[in-house]
Design a binder for this molecule. Structure first.
Ligand SMILES: NC(=O)c1ccc[n+]([C@@H]2O[C@H](COP(=O)([O-])OP(=O)(O)OC[C@H]3O[C@@H](n4cnc5c(N)ncnc54)[C@H](O)[C@@H]3O)[C@@H](O)[C@H]2O)c1
Length: 441
């Protein structure tokens, strides 16, 4: 298929829910990159290349030259937060980017990005006390107010399109229930102030209603429920979630497929983290941590498939801990101890000590998601965008479909989707055909 992809004309509004560490690192990063002072390191959409055709054809364009993505110069930034700090103040508070190396020289631009008043519910984020919130009690009315914010933002910033990305705090763990099952039940629930509808769902609803693609960077449900999937399909809007894949889980989904590929057994995988930013503080609440834990635990089981390989993985003991440790700030430190089994049952251990910077890893993910969701919208793709699983710890899938966690399969799916959109051959890596050509030559 060579899909009709509408050109990326005009400005793209990137609206983040939350103007905290991840959002400000993303915004300040994009501004620095378009000013020419920095490179978009970590962004596949900006630095990645894609092979087209046979290996022998030597066609490897940059992804951004191959598919028509929005130019970074055409992005306008908007956000909501429960604190009134502008993007400069918030970035200083987050302490991720160096004040003199990065923030000071783009201070004027960052100061112009002021959050809109949030839709917030302290029952869903117990560690924070929002001050800068909409004074509206009814959830339906809150959704209408967010829709108005989106329209106002797009008009004031002269945007032809927008995307919304949840970069706000992790909400407490809830299971989808009857109110999340159908669009009708959900809209009734909004009007009746159903307590099971969280702020992230209200933002997602407002976004989709405005035909603005929605993505969820945290592990709470947001658009990951049937009602909002139904809405996304009805409105012809792409959605994707959930929980940005960075840090420890990124490492896990790189390493586990490799160990499995070599049929090495794994008896235990113990993962622990310390981090001290506001995200860490929110995750210190057991109910928010539960949401994160569920998201982090699902990964290994899916990659290793213990039911298919009981001799290698049936004993697997997987444990994940996150501890709030303020002195480390955004510089998360994680330790993994992996007990693996080799030939004739001999035991070995792998130790990983990753001193990462959470928001430095998450910022390019926000950029790629914004650009690819906008591409999806212009390519007339709607509903769950499973080809963006590459970016998530808990990829959202259609009911009954298991998610794909293996990062290499995720990348193949992403690349093949881009080839498919442009009418290029999908790549199977078989290569037998051109071996024959080489032999005959
Ligand atoms: N950094 C990473 O590597 C990473 C990876 C995966 C997921 N995440 C998730 O991304 C999210 C953002 O992380 P962060 O480090 O920027 O956190 P942060 O605490 O610095 O920023 C979150 C912001 O959201 C605001 N907020 C909370 N509820 C809100 C609401 N209802 N409406 C508007 N704003 C609201 C908070 O005031 C805060 O400023 C978290 O949920 C985190 O779990 C981060």
């Amino acid at each position: 298929m060579n899909a009709e992809i509408k050109p990326a004309q005009g400005k793209l509004g990137v609206l983040t829910v939350g103007l905290g560490a991840v959002s400000t690192t993303f915004i300040a990063g994009v501004i620095s990159i378009r000013n020419g002072t920095d490179l978009p390191i970590g962004s596949y959409s900006q630095l990645g290349t894609i092979r087209l055709g046979k290996r022998t054809e030597k066609r490897h364009p940059l992804v951004r030259d191959f598919v028509p993505l929005a130019d970074l110069k055409d992005i306008a930034f908007g956000a909501w937060d429960i604190f009134e700090d502008n993007a400069y103040e918030s970035a200083i508070h987050a302490g991720v980017l160096d004040e003199y190396r990065h923030l000071h020289r783009i201070k004027a631009e960052l100061e112009k990005i002021k959050p809109m008043k949030a839709v917030f519910n302290p029952n869903y984020v117990k560690k924070l006390h929002g001050e800068y919130v909409k004074n509206i009690d009814n959830k339906w009315d809150q959704a209408q107010a967010l829709r108005e914010d989106i329209r106002n933002f797009m008009r004031e910033n002269d945007c032809s399109r927008a995307v919304m990305i949840w970069c706000a705090s992790t909400e407490v763990y809830i299971e989808p229930g009857a109110v999340h099952e159908t669009l009708e039940a959900f809209e009734k629930g909004l009007k009746e102030n159903n307590p099971s509808i969280s702020p992230s769902m209200i933002y997602a609803y407002a976004s989709i209603m405005e035909r603005v693609p929605f993505s969820n960077g945290a592990p709470n449900l947001a658009c990951d429920c049937h009602a909002l999937e139904e809405l996304a399909n009805k409105m012809n809007v792409p959605i994707a979630g959930k929980d940005f894949k960075t840090g420890q889980t990124l490492m896990k989904t790189i390493l586990a497929p490799g160990l499995k590929a070599r049929s090495l057994g794994i008896r235990g995988w113990f993962s622990t983290n310390i981090l001290g930013n506001r995200d860490g503080e929110v995750l210190d609440d057991p109910e928010s941590f539960k949401t994160k834990e569920v998201s982090k635990l699902s990964v290994l089981e899916n990659i290793l498939e213990p039911e298919r390989h009981p001799e290698l993985y049936k004993e697997l003991y997987h444990k994940v801990r996150i501890n709030y440790y303020p002195p480390h700030g955004d510089n998360k430190e994680s330790w993994d101890n992996i007990d693996i089994t080799g030939w004739l049952g001999y035991q070995m251990q792998i130790k990983i000590n990753f001193l990462c910077r959470d928001s430095i890893l998450a910022a390019p993910v926000v950029l790629d998601l914004a650009l690819f969701l906008d591409l999806a919208q212009r390519s007339n793709m709607s509903g769950i965008q499973e080809w963006l699983s590459f970016y998530f710890k808990s990829p959202q899938t259609a009911k009954g479909l298991p998610p794909q966690h293996d990062i290499f399969k995720q990348l193949m799916k992403l690349e093949n989707t881009l080839r498919h959109l442009k009418g290029e051959d999908l790549i199977t890596h078989l290569g037998l055909d051109y071996y024959q050509e080489f032999i005959e030559a």
